[in-house]
Design a protein around this ligand. Structure first.
Ligand code: UD1
Ligand code: CA
Length: 457
């Protein structure tokens, strides 16, 4: 039996007070709607997402991973499902979930669906016991414990408002019944909307059984504002960190470690507080991440050590040492055993194994060989105001402190540049290039000009 998934994401999410559609706010690097899609993946790898508010942005963000149904105007959750009617299978079941429940687990969704596909219920509602049920739809039960209906808070009687079991807005329905009953929904309620919850009552009145699956209250957390966003993200972060720790990663303080979904980390890596590992980071094993790194879409080799540094679309080889205060920008490739020290910026630069760039240096658009040494304060002068140019430095070269390498230029293997040189022409292998004025000392100059400076002394 085929089971499809429909995710409702057309609502405005006013309380987020944001120009970004609610479904696209990210938690641990992944959009809210994607968390729900991920939970539903075992049931339907290509769910139908109902879009409305900010739909172009939502469709662009989920392109290729979902199909879309457009709800032109938002006239309620029932109306949203009508927009996705074509996705409802005639023979089969359909799970409907809201896009704003990122903590939803895949096990929960699978158990919910099994209530329909295995146990013969016409529908299943996911419910939770709420500390404060105000605002939520309440679940009415019959003598058997089956669901008798769902009543919205604003339409509920005072006695019904005492009920603490709430509707989470996640369901599984038999497709044929949902299809036919959608036509019977009316907007005869306090908000004048088509309520999906009314389908439940209609099923019960037609003599069908509706079951309920209760989940933990935190799993049912729906995000309406930024405080709930932070709360849900903290829960997801805990889950992610715990999974890494189970796999052998040492996280010194999980509450102060920020790892996006999908980041990989090898065993025996140590992560100190204040590390931000963003989407696409792949960290090897035995790595030490001292405090204060941001590592985004970058690969870090086994045994590397990184401290107080920013890596964006960069690669770091095995055993390399980075930082403190290094900035590896896109296209930086640092070889094995390299040392990239403090206040070094790399951009689009390939650095061979064992090379040292220890301090205060900018390396842009360059290729540096193996075991080279780049002195303190070297600038790879790559930009002439119009175009970027490349610099090549050969294996074992020694670039003296405070050298400017004005690109395009090549320094041959084993060549030296004298400290303070501005190199504008290629340096042959094994040569020493000196490109600075010779020093002259003027004996007795200060005494001769003493009167001039007297008042300053
Ligand atoms: C809904 C339920 C309520 C439940 C609560 C849980 C109904 C009538 N009520 O109420 O029983 O306790 O969720 O949070 O269903 N959406 C659309 N199009 C619309 C309206 C909503 O796509 O026209 C989407 C929203 O983007 C959101 C979801 O449906 O993802 C829920 O909508 P929301 O307005 O938050 O429903 P509630 O009034 O909170
Ligand atoms: Ca809601």
């Amino acid at each position: 039996m085929q089971t499809r998934v429909i995710i409702l994401a057309a609502g405005e999410g006013k309380r987020m007070r944001s120009a970004i559609p609610k479904a696209l706010h990210t938690l641990c690097g992944r959009a809210m709607a994607e968390w729900v899609m991920e939970a539903a993946r075992g049931i339907d790898a290509h769910p139908v997402v109902v879009v409305g508010h900010g739909r172009d942005a939502v469709m662009a963000a989920l392109d290729g991973r979902a199909r879309f149904a457009v709800q032109e105007s938002q006239r309620g959750t029932g109306h949203a499902v009508m927009a996705a009617r074509d996705a409802i299978p005639e023979s089969g079941a359909v799970v409907v979930a809201a896009a704003d429940m990122p903590l939803l687990g895949s096990d929960t969704l699978e158990a919910l669906a099994a209530g329909v596909t295995r146990d013969g219920f016409a529908a299943m509602a996911l419910t939770a016991i709420a500390e404060d049920p105000a605002g939520y739809g309440r679940v009415l039960r019959d003598d058997r414990g089956d669901v008798a209906g769902i009543v919205e808070h604003r339409d509920a009687t005072p006695a019904q408002r005492e009920i603490r079991e709430i509707n989470t807005s996640v369901y599984c329905f038999r497709g044929d019944l949902l299809r036919s009953l959608l036509d019977r929904l009316t907007c005869d309620n306090d908000q004048g909307e088509y309520y999906l919850t009314d389908v439940i009552g209609l099923m019960v009145r037609a003599g069908h059984r509706v079951g309920a699956l209760r989940c933990a209250p935190d799993e049912a957390l729906g995000i309406n504002d930024r405080a709930q966003l932070a709360q849900a993200e903290a829960a997801l972060r805990r889950r992610i960190n715990e999974a890494h720790m189970r796999e052998g990663v040492r996280i010194i303080d999980p509450a102060a470690t920020y790892i996006d979904a999908g980041v990989t980390i090898g065993g025996d890596t140590v992560v100190y507080p204040g590390n931000v590992l963003e989407s696409g980071a792949r960290i090897g094993s035995g790595v030490t991440l001292y405090p204060g790194n941001r590592i985004s879409a970058s690969r870090v080799g086994d045994g590397a050590t990184i401290q107080s540094s920013v890596l964006v679309e960069a690669e770091v080889g095995n055993g390399a040492t980075i930082g403190p205060f290094a900035y590896l920008r896109p296209g930086s490739k640092v070889g094995a055993g390299c040392r990239i020290g403090d206040f070094v910026e790399l951009k689009n630069a390939v650095i061979g194994d064992g090379t040292k760039v220890p301090h205060l240096t900018y390396v842009g658009d360059a290729q540096i060989g193996e075991r080279a040494n780049i002195g303190c304060g070297v600038v790879f002068v790559n930009y002439d105001g119009h175009k970027k140019h490349r610099t090549t430095v050969g294996d074992g070269a020694f670039i003296g402190c405070n050298t400017n390498l004005v690109a395009p230029v090549t320094v041959g293997r084993g060549a030296y540049t004298a400290a303070g040189s501005t190199i504008t022409e290629d340096v042959p292998e094994d040569a020493l290039a000196i490109a600075r004025c010779r020093q002259t000392n003027k004996d007795g100059w200060v005494r001769k000009h003493a009167s001039r400076y007297e008042e300053d002394i």
